[in-house]
Design a protein around this ligand. Structure first.
Ligand SMILES: *[C@@H]1O[C@H](CO)[C@@H](O)[C@H](O)[C@H]1NC(C)=O
Ligand SMILES: *[C@@H]1O[C@H](CO)[C@@H](O)[C@H](O)[C@H]1NC(C)=O
Ligand SMILES: *[C@@H]1O[C@H](CO)[C@@H](O)[C@H](O)[C@H]1NC(C)=O
Ligand SMILES: *[C@@H]1O[C@H](CO)[C@@H](O)[C@H](O)[C@H]1NC(C)=O
Ligand SMILES: *[C@@H]1O[C@H](CO)[C@@H](O)[C@H](O)[C@H]1NC(C)=O
Ligand SMILES: *[C@@H]1O[C@H](CO)[C@@H](O)[C@H](O)[C@H]1NC(C)=O
Ligand SMILES: *[C@@H]1O[C@H](CO)[C@@H](O)[C@H](O)[C@H]1NC(C)=O
Length: 753
């Protein structure tokens, strides 16, 4: 770490590096005072406030660079040292071949060599660091011999505030050089883009000038829904190809160099963002980025006592999920957000990256955690579904049904873009539509915003209900669903998959509820509730458990958690004995190569039936083998099995075990009121306690502190406008800001009134 930057005379270097840009020269002098001031105040502050739970260091890179951290800001994303930059909502390819359109990673800069007098020094960094709190990645190098001392720090980050900008920065510190030092930079963007045709744009525009490219995608996703290719504009702060040399003159002790790329679908935004960013001092540029990340962490965080490794995993997990989500405070307004795919915004070119598509992963696995990060993010994810109702309607019609049927995979247009490998899945995994409806229900329960319920949730719930009405079969007594596949993708074309039927039942109930809240009822019999009531839910009385589908035999291997989801997250009412039997039956048959989320769900559900030992076992099984050690990047499958990298779905399941399992936070609707129940908390295994700060409920924020001995404290850290009543055992309290209560051994319910 280059602490001596505190005393830098950065202004001088900053000026020197930009000497090829005349207009810059006239702007810089006015900024000197500000820069020097900033050096003495903020730089110390920024570099000294490092908290070890938020810094992940490694002396080595992962052997497979696919497990480098993926960074993003909701507008763009990339994997450090990878070959691609991706932009939110920009896809190329027809139908199932639509995938995130790869922009070559023109930000992949690094110092390759230093030349001094007659020798050359190859740069092999001695430390790589993921800085979670301030949201950047850096790598360091130090050299010392014969009185010459050189230190290099390189940073890369997608800017959180100037979110059209991706930043590379180099800080050099040098003492004892009697001759000039040449610093040789390489840029390795990877191969030509498969997705775009790039062409240069006229670079001069008034006072600012920089190189710009226009990129146009090659193929439309769906002709009925997309008439024009996607167009993007990319600006470069410097115009050099793949090699560049910077000189440190003899006696010069500090140097700062910055390389910036901005990109947007509107040319003027890409230009303006570049013009703004390049004239900022290093401190201001960095501060505006770090400020946003700090604001995020102060709003939501999980503190774990006595287990630094677990803290790193939790914090990195939160960071990797959050960095694909839109910046909430930006220099230019954001466009529409196109959703989260299983490996995030920084990946999506490959099949292994699920082509950057949206799946049920978003609503069922990631959203419960994301809602706790920020209800605004949750709303934007659901907004994506709302804005693509048209595609879902089209999908229903194409497949012979009514209403809106959400595609198993969706990208830009919202029509079905299932990978051609797996058409059967799209045909059968109809549970994605009710999954989305249950996510709407959950979001309403958390925010209790009736305005949103009627504007966004109701129209979706209504059209999905119409689809379901057209999809079920009535045998006069019960309603059935044939030709479906549940979450267990090892069993196709089954009848009455229990998970599917339960989510259908519950989404029809919610649709009916939303109608009662949002429109005048006409007194006609409620078809939706009738179906919900008579939906076939298979249950084996003798063995007191739920067979996964009609004809399922105990002992048949399944891919992943399916029936066990009924307890948590679905909160389907059943006796604890049945629930336990389901757990015991299915834990024995989940295949070893299944994804991490299965184990997370076993952990939560075993906690609910008070089998703590098993829960602890599954909690650890749910993450340990899925994380690469260097930067805590998740893999879809255990080490030794093929699987996607930066697997956000797994992180979502894991974070739920902490908040909704050990923290036991559950939110539901009771009549038209929202209720948050904290039933029984447990200390996380291998920790000395933990605190979840920033739990969202009914426009207020809470914190929940659980100590090793089980002592549990609930506090209200920020009170919104809605009134909330707390019931602990039989005692009622009105919740106010800073209200705090010991819940040890009791069940607490918070309820809107
Ligand atoms: C990105 O740069 C690093 C450092 O030079 C290099 O190891 C890596 O291979 C580059 N990535 C690509 C896709 O070329
Ligand atoms: C030139 O840049 C200015 C300011 O950044 C912007 O307002 C204008 O639209 C740009 N003109 C063109 C032709 O891009
Ligand atoms: C948004 O970012 C700007 C620039 O860093 C900052 O001045 C402002 O306070 C931020 N606004 C909010 C609401 O955080
Ligand atoms: C699904 O199973 C039914 C009944 O067993 C059969 O008639 C139908 O052809 C199957 N459908 C597919 C797509 O395999
Ligand atoms: C299951 O057990 C929990 C905890 O003991 C209890 O609160 C709950 O009422 C039980 N549920 C049922 C349906 O028996
Ligand atoms: C909410 O529920 C209560 C009691 O069930 C009922 O009296 C009230 O009318 C409901 N309000 C709305 C807006 O549906
Ligand atoms: C539990 O531990 C906390 C400190 O970690 C302590 O204040 C509290 O008294 C303990 N409670 C019991 C019941 O031991």
């Amino acid at each position: 770490m280059i602490d001596a930057r505190k005393t830098l005379s950065l202004s001088v270097q900053f000026n020197e590096i930009r000497t090829n840009n005349e207009s810059e020269m006239t702007e810089m002098p006015a900024m000197h005072a500000e820069i020097i001031l900033a050096i003495f105040t903020s730089f110390c502050l920024l570099s000294s406030a490092e908290i070890s739970e938020y810094v992940i260091k490694s002396e080595r890179l992962p052997p497979d660079l696919n497990f480098m951290p993926t960074l993003g800001n909701g507008h763009m994303g990339y994997t450090v040292f990878g070959d691609a930059i991706f932009m939110n909502g920009v896809y190329n390819g027809e139908g199932g071949n639509s995938r995130r359109a790869r922009i070559p990673n023109w930000l992949n800069l690094s110092v390759a060599k230093i030349q001094y007098e007659e020798w050359e020094l190859a740069i092999i960094p001695d430390m790589f660091e993921l800085q979670l709190q301030d949201g950047y990645f850096r790598w360091l190098f130090a050299y010392e011999a014969n009185g010459l001392q050189v230190k290099l720090e390189q940073r890369t980050y997608p800017h959180r505030y100037y979110n059209r900008a991706l930043i590379y920065e180099l800080f050099v510190q040098c003492t004892g050089a009697i001759d000039p030092l040449l610093i040789k930079l390489n840029r390795k963007p990877g191969g030509k883009s498969e997705a775009f045709d790039f062409s240069p744009l006229d670079s001069a525009n008034g006072t600012v000038s920089f190189k710009m490219l226009q990129g146009v995608t090659r193929r439309l996703e769906h002709r009925n829904f997309q008439t024009e290719p996607r167009k993007i504009f990319v600006a470069f702060s410097d115009d050099w190809k793949n090699e560049h040399t910077i000189e440190l003159s003899a006696g010069q002790e500090e140097l700062y160099y910055r390389y910036v790329i901005t990109a947007d679908e509107r040319e003027e935004i890409a230009r303006q963002e570049m013009a703004e960013v390049i004239k900022l001092t290093p401190e201001i540029l960095f501060q505006r980025h770090a400020l946003e990340w700090r604001a995020f962490w102060s709003d939501f965080n999980i503190q774990i006592d006595g287990n630094l490794e677990l803290s790193h995993i939790v914090n990195a997990g939160i960071f990797y999920l959050a960095n694909s989500l839109p910046s909430l405070n930006t220099s230019h307004l954001n466009g529409a957000y196109f959703g989260l795919s299983p490996t995030g915004l920084g990946r999506g070119q490959l099949d292994a990256d699920y082509e950057g598509h949206n799946f049920w992963d978003t609503e069922i696995w990631m959203l419960p955690a994301i809602t706790q990060f920020s209800t605004r993010w949750a709303e934007q994810l659901l907004q994506y579904r709302f804005e693509h109702l048209r595609g879902a309607r089209y999908n229903a019609k194409q497949t012979g049904y009514q209403g809106a049927r959400y595609p198993w995979e969706s990208a830009y247009t919202g029509t079905e873009v299932i990978n051609p490998c797996c058409l059967e899945i799209a045909a059968e995994e109809i549970h994605i539509s009710p999954d989305i409806v249950l996510a709407l229900q959950h979001h309403y329960a958390v925010t209790h915003s009736k305005e949103w319920l009627c504007r966004v949730a109701w129209p979706i719930a209504k059209e999905v209900a119409e689809f379901l009405v057209s999809r079920v079969r009535d045998d006069g007594r019960k309603f059935h669903l044939e030709g479906v596949m549940g979450p267990d993708e090892d069993h196709s074309n089954v009848t009455d998959n229990v998970y599917t039927n339960v989510v259908v039942k519950q989404s029809l109930e919610f649709a009916s509820f939303a109608r009662s809240m949002c429109v005048l009822t006409d007194g006609r019999p409620d078809v939706w509730l009738d179906i919900a009531r008579r939906m076939q839910i298979l249950y084996d009385e003798k063995l007191d458990y739920h067979p996964q589908h009609l004809g399922y035999k105990r002992g048949e291997i399944v891919k992943q958690a399916d029936v066990v989801l009924l307890g948590y997250p679905i909160q389907f009412a059943m006796s604890n004995v049945t629930r336990r039997n389901d757990l015991l039956n299915y834990e024995a048959v989940i295949r070893e190569s299944g994804p991490a989320m299965s184990w997370s769900m076993f952990a939560i559900n075993f906690l609910d039936v008070k089998d703590i030992e098993k829960a602890n076992l599954y909690f650890q099984r749910g993450y340990k083998d899925y994380i690469r050690p260097e930067f805590k990047v998740w893999s879809e499958n255990k080490i030794g099995f093929q699987g996607s990298a930066n697997f956000l779905t797994g992180i979502g399941g894991f974070l739920q075990t902490i908040v909704n399992g050990y923290g036991s936070v559950r939110v539901q609707l009771d009549g038209n009121q929202s209720v948050m129940v904290i039933q029984k908390t447990y200390c996380l295994p291998t920790s000395k306690g933990f605190t979840i700060n920033g739990i969202k409920f009914a426009q207020s924020r809470f914190s929940l502190k659980i100590r090793a001995n089980g002592t549990t404290t609930l506090s209200c850290v920020e009170k919104g406008d809605l009134n909330i009543e707390l019931l602990v055992d039989t005692q009622k309290y009105a919740v106010q800001e800073h209200f705090s209560i010991d819940l040890t051994g009791s069940t607490a319910s918070l309820r809107t009134i």
